[in-house]
Design a protein around this ligand. Structure first.
Ligand SMILES: [Zn+2]
Length: 413
């Protein structure tokens, strides 16, 4: 029988595989092509590198593109970046958040990002306005992007009286993941309680947890170990992610080794955000300045699942970014000293298979039965894709081409 499928992809070179493959898409899923199959559209990838889409596991869509509307972060620190947002947050409207978030969702998708996990501020300053805005943006872009939302109590839960109630409400409104910022509390006891409350909310909603952990150069920050301990106490292994973890880089070797062993035991996923943290950390250091990047290589060596995120785009924390995974990969390679061929493959796993584990994306893959998501890159392999910052030639979401990029350059040599 001859069937007509939505899309036929020929000669894809899936990352990590030796041979090219053909795939057909029908009803948003891949199937194996059959002889004589007809398609509404056929693309010949001609051996180009293909992936089932990049995954952005850590971004702040409620804050993106805000930097031209607020005063400048003149110290360049995390503390001042957060304070400037206070003024703006009080004036948010849903439409304005949708417009800013939408511009970066569109940019990300055109760059091949087909799944996002976004943290959204939940506090008594902006209330639930940022959440309303990002929920509306998720709805608007449902056809091109899968978006997980993390309720993020950036101002603390105990320090910001009323934040806990808002966190519960945010989860009822449609947030998927419980966030946290345990270092931003008044004492270690309060940091511990902050994490406990997050677990109470997560248990009630059967939700994963994804926290901002020790985003500081201060080597006395201890909330990564606390998070690992409570993950084990709650049997939440594999469901908890720690982002940033800058302080881990500043620990003495013996304490760092102990914490990394606990992170492994607790099955924590780790996300480094080098673009933002290279910019924010070490600001107050004399030379040599600390880099503020977590111990990526030691975490990988311990067999821990590591990914990286864009984190910030044109906000008070970071003035650049366009949610381009290959750009962040290049920054991560430099920040974490990833230069050898095997390390570059480990790097490419971070925003693909590793991030798929963090977000719990089922059916991620270029194979029959999987979601018909694909990005075909104008490069033969991962190292060349990163080196060339190669165009994402075709971006396909659920069997539909949603973006194409061709770069035209003329030379007269
Ligand atoms: Zn962040």
């Amino acid at each position: 029988m001859t069937a007509t499928v939505d899309l036929l992809l020929r000669n894809l070179k899936p990352w990590g595989e030796a041979k090219t493959v053909d795939l057909a898409a029908v009803g948003g899923r891949f199937i194996a092509p059959t002889v004589g199959m007809t398609a509404k559209r056929t693309i010949d990838a001609a051996g180009r590198l293909a992936i089932p889409g990049f995954i952005e596991p850590h971004i702040h869509l409620d804050k993106v593109m805000i930097n031209k509307e607020v005063r400048t972060n003149s110290s360049g620190t995390l503390t001042e970046a957060i304070e400037i947002i206070w003024e703006k947050k009080r004036t948010y409207s849903t439409a304005e958040v949708v417009a800013r978030a939408g511009s970066i969702i569109e940019s990300g998708v055109a760059n091949g990002v087909l799944h996002f996990r976004t943290h959204v501020d939940v506090d008594t300053i902006g209330g639930l306005k940022p959440m309303e805005g990002v929920l509306a943006a998720r709805e608007k872009y449902r056809h091109i992007a899968d978006i997980q939302i993390v309720a993020f109590p950036q101002e603390g839960i105990l320090r910001d009286k009323g934040a806990e109630e808002l966190m519960w409400k945010a989860m009822e409104m449609g947030a998927d993941v419980v966030g946290g910022m345990p270092f931003n509390e008044a004492s270690p006891a309060d940091s511990k309680r902050h994490i406990e409350i997050a677990f109470e909310i997560a248990r009630k909603h059967d939700a994963d947890i994804d926290m901002h952990v020790d985003e500081t150069d201060d080597p006395n920050a201890r909330t990564l170990e606390m998070l690992a301990d409570q993950t084990m106490a709650n049997s939440w292994q594999g469901r908890v992610t720690a982002g940033h973890t800058c302080a881990l880089a500043g620990y003495p070797q013996d304490y760092a080794a102990k914490v990394i062993a606990k992170v492994k035991q607790a099955g924590l996923h780790m996300i480094t955000n080098p673009a933002t943290n290279l910019m924010l950390q070490g600001r107050l250091d004399a030379q040599p300045k600390r880099r503020g990047i977590t111990r990526v290589q030691e975490l990988l060596a311990a067999g821990i699942n590591v990914s990286f995120g864009q984190d910030c785009v044109r906000d008070t924390f970071y003035p650049f970014g366009r949610d381009d995974t290959l750009e962040v990969a290049l920054i991560t390679a430099h920040a974490a000293h990833l230069s050898q061929p095997t390390q570059i493959e480990q790097l490419f796993a971070m925003p693909t298979v590793n991030a798929a584990r963090i977000l719990g994306i089922e059916d991620y893959g270029l194979k029959p039965g999987a979601l018909a998501d694909a990005v075909i890159i104008e490069a033969p392999d991962a190292a060349e894709a990163i080196r060339l910052q190669a165009p994402r030639r075709w971006v396909i979401k659920r069997g539909k081409v949603v973006a194409e990029t061709e770069v035209r350059r003329q030379t007269w040599f």
